[in-house]
Design a protein around this ligand. Structure first.
Ligand code: PLP
Length: 401
């Protein structure tokens, strides 16, 4: 475990004030910015005017406040905030790859990411090889001379595999490849950049914002990479325009301040539920349990204090059993039958039929994704004992235990 880095403290050490001394930074309500001198405007277009804002699609003060806090949390030099997690992922990959390049990716990723890699990159003649990220030999074998990116999720969606980021980083370093890690499931718990990743991407829609009131994303990387994506002539972010609205940035920044407390509670509740699932003999998957294949690895790469995360998956066998089970859970008030994660209420969905439905059924089978897998994002319930009792009642009623 990393005892040296405390991402929440690193973030809290960033002191940001409003224009008139407000305890919250002022909100940018402008698309464009005035210049007193023409020369400064020209310099800004050449990326040579420090501290100036030009146009909100490029940079704006609210996005800069949020980006600076995220960079501090990740230990990166810089960050850029996007209108969705997919925008962060696609901007990063399109910046790193040209026609004829090759990407190696974990086959287990969020379904939208899988679809982008499998169906969309072919437009640009970018080849993608899908691997089991736990099998380092297969990752090595997949690398080609034209490989530009190795892509994975710290803890994968929905299989909850743990990526061995230090080993993958060694491999990419030796081969001149960029390691891009989606840390959406494990903010604060894992610090991918400090473990050797080059670029960390997030769907801030999830735990970081935690309120399910918007979609948003982030790219945390070196000054050089952030300058490259926002370059007025060649930057993917500047030219495709996936910028986050500054009003949203300012609300996410306030929610970021409580992320450490929320992650602790999500993890505590998920661990409680996992132990109970074990007690009643239900088939489940949680990286916090010693039986999980990635548990020992996770213990060596995780930061202290934030637990093993709020994501847990159970397997009820088939989609036909999962459907009424989830409907009953919602009726009982356990949480919402909804996609997404990181919300203060528990969310659950059948991954094979929802957030991984983009993955063809044969591939779902190959990667071991059961048709009866229900992914839970465990909420911030104060009385998780009661919540579990309600789940158990439904399991008994449906003769699943
Ligand atoms: N990455 C992961 C791990 C996700 O689960 C998701 C969405 O479910 C995304 C990225 C995409 O994020 P967004 O919906 O904010 O575009």
């Amino acid at each position: 475990m990393s005892k040296k880095f405390n991402p929440a403290t690193a973030m809290q050490n960033v002191h940001q004030f409003g224009e008139f001394g407000g305890v919250n930074p002022s909100i940018t309500d402008s698309a464009t910015y005035t210049f007193l001198e023409e020369k400064t405007m020209i310099d800004a277009f050449h990326g040579e005017a420090e501290g100036c804002f030009l146009y909100s699609r490029h940079w704006n003060p609210s996005n800069k406040f949020l980006a600076d806090s995220l960079a501090a949390m990740e230990g990166t030099e810089s960050a850029w905030v996007t209108g969705s997690g997919m925008a962060a992922i696609t901007t990063t990959i399109l910046q790193l790859c040209n026609t004829g390049d090759h990407v190696v990716t974990s086959v287990t990723t969020y379904g939208g990411t899988f679809a982008f890699l499998k169906n969309y990159l072919t437009k640009f003649n970018i080849d993608v090889t899908f691997v089991n990220i736990e099998d380092i030999e297969s990752v090595k074998k997949a690398i080609r001379p034209n490989t530009k990116v190795l892509y994975t999720e710290s803890v994968t969606n929905p299989m909850l595999q743990v990526s061995d980021i230090p080993t993958l980083a060694k491999l990419t370093g030796e081969n001149g490849i960029k390691l891009v890690v989606d840390n959406t499931f494990t903010p604060l718990i894992i610090s991918p950049f400090l473990l050797g990743a080059d670029i960390v991407v997030y769907s801030m829609t999830k735990f970081i914002n935690g309120k399910n009131d918007c979609v948003a994303g982030a790219i945390c990387a070196s000054d050089e990479f952030i300058a490259a994506i926002s370059d007025v002539n060649t930057g993917t972010a500047m030219l495709l325009g996936p910028v986050l609205d500054p009003l949203r940035s300012s609300s996410i920044l306030k929610n970021l301040a409580t992320l450490h407390i929320r992650m602790q509670q999500h993890s505590k509740n998920a661990m409680y539920v996992a132990n109970k699932f074990k007690e009643i003999g239900l088939k489940f998957n949680y990286p916090g349990m010693p039986e999980h294949p990635g548990h020992e690895l996770l213990k060596t790469i995780m930061n202290e204090r934030y637990g093993f995360g709020g994501m847990i998956a159970i397997d009820v066998g088939t989609a036909e059993i999962a459907a009424p089970f989830m409907e009953k859970m919602q009726e009982a008030g356990i949480g919402y039958h909804a996609v997404s994660l990181g919300y203060f209420r528990t969310l659950f969905s059948n991954s094979g039929k929802s957030t991984s439905s983009e993955v063809p059924v044969e591939i779902q089978k190959e990667m071991g994704l059961s048709p009866g897998l229900i992914r839970f994002s465990v909420g911030l319930d104060d009385d998780i004992e009661r919540t579990f009792k309600l789940v158990k009642e439904i399991l008994v009623e449906m003769r699943l235990i």
